[in-house]
Design a protein around this ligand. Structure first.
Ligand code: 5GP
Ligand code: MN
Length: 321
């Protein structure tokens, strides 16, 4: 499948690269990494991203060319949808645009029904979309510039929790080695991505203080209101790592964080240590993700969402309320 995607991409001259809204390191690393790979091959590339860019990724080479504006539709021969496989995950504006693009390829490692993309290369066996793109470039024999290598490495590093999660497979390390050989600098990337952000630590302290612990310590659920964020002078980007910190508490098997969104409703993030399939819980509630990391948005109040998630997670864990 990687070869079919590479061939499709080579057939176009002007391409739009799109990933999911509220982009993370893999979405941005994949988008920018592919944009560098394609430009090296002489292509014209636009990179679209909706939602706020977390400050730790602002250093990625080419970030100044990422836009939440779209090019004229007639200019775009092909789109590449990355790190998600449903056009709606890219946001309503991009989804509408994608509906008019002549052809779109998809590269993604999330679970869920695949109904879009020609071809769609969706394989949850990969640790990161950046890993898929790195292997594709290596197999196709494309030149990987230091800029491309840096972006792809950053996405691979962040989606594997800095090569700590169960998805840090030999395959992930092999690709990482190739990317470092091609010019990615792990220390330079880490200083940007894992800088100590005092505001985030304060916010995390508040989340931990108020977290509900259930099922004898096996389930921990945090919540953050818009008022909390305002009081800490923080925003949703400052919560990216909080749910993983909750999961890290010894004894916790499943962690969830529900947060109120400025745009209305709540966003929920769930993490497991691998024993409980949180993607199944997310998919049943209209979201998606991976077995150990999944999420969804819900049109509920914070309290309602919290109750619903707790009951679904307790059920998935075979635990009593
Ligand atoms: P996070 O909790 O970090 O936002 O997301 C964890 C995982 O769940 C990611 O792989 C992400 O793509 C997926 N995910 C989070 N929110 C949503 C959502 O609203 N819809 C879908 N389909 N997947 C989501
Ligand atoms: Mn990803």
């Amino acid at each position: 499948m990687s070869r079919a995607v590479a061939q499709a991409l080579m057939a176009a001259k002007r391409l739009l690269v799109v990933s999911h809204y509220d982009p993370d390191g893999d979405a941005l690393g994949a988008s920018l990494g592919l944009s560098h790979l394609l430009r090296t091959q002489g292509k014209q590339v636009w990179v679209y991203s909706a939602g706020p860019i977390p400050e730790e990724y602002e250093f990625l080479p080419g970030m100044d060319q990422v836009s939440d504006g779209l090019p004229p539709l007639k200019e775009v021969e092909m789109a590449a949808l990355l790190d998600c496989h449903q056009p709606e995950r890219a946001g309503a504006k991009a989804a509408e645009f994608l509906a008019g693009v002549p052809r779109a390829v998809v590269v993604d490692h999330h679970r869920g029904p695949v109904e879009y993309g020609d071809p769609a290369w969706v394989d949850a066996g990969y640790a990161a979309t950046c890993l898929m793109l790195a292997e594709m470039a290596l197999e196709a024999g494309w030149e990987i510039s230091p800029a491309a290598a840096t972006c792809l490495f950053a996405g691979l590093q962040t989606d594997t929790g800095s090569f700590r999660y169960s998805n840090a497979t030999p395959r992930a390390f092999r690709a990482a080695a190739k990317l470092v050989e091609a010019g990615a600098d792990p220390w330079a990337v880490s200083q940007q991505v894992y800088a100590t952000r005092v505001k985030r630590l304060r916010l995390l302290a508040r989340v931990l203080e108020r977290m509900a612990v259930l099922a004898g310590g096996r389930l921990a659920v945090g919540q953050v209101s818009l008022i909390d964020l305002a009081e800490m002078d923080a925003d949703s980007r400052d919560l990216e790592d909080a749910v993983e910190a909750i999961r890290g508490v010894p004894g916790v098997e499943v962690a969830a964080l529900v947060r109120e969104m400025k745009t209305g409703g709540v966003k929920a993030s769930m993490r497991s240590r691998g024993g409980v399939d949180v993607a199944a819980v997310a998919i049943a509630l209209g979201g998606g993700g991976h077995k150990s990391a999944a999420g969804m948005r819900m049109d509920l109040s914070l309290a309602e969402a919290r109750e619903l998630i707790i009951s679904r997670l307790l059920k998935a864990m075979g635990a009593e309320a």
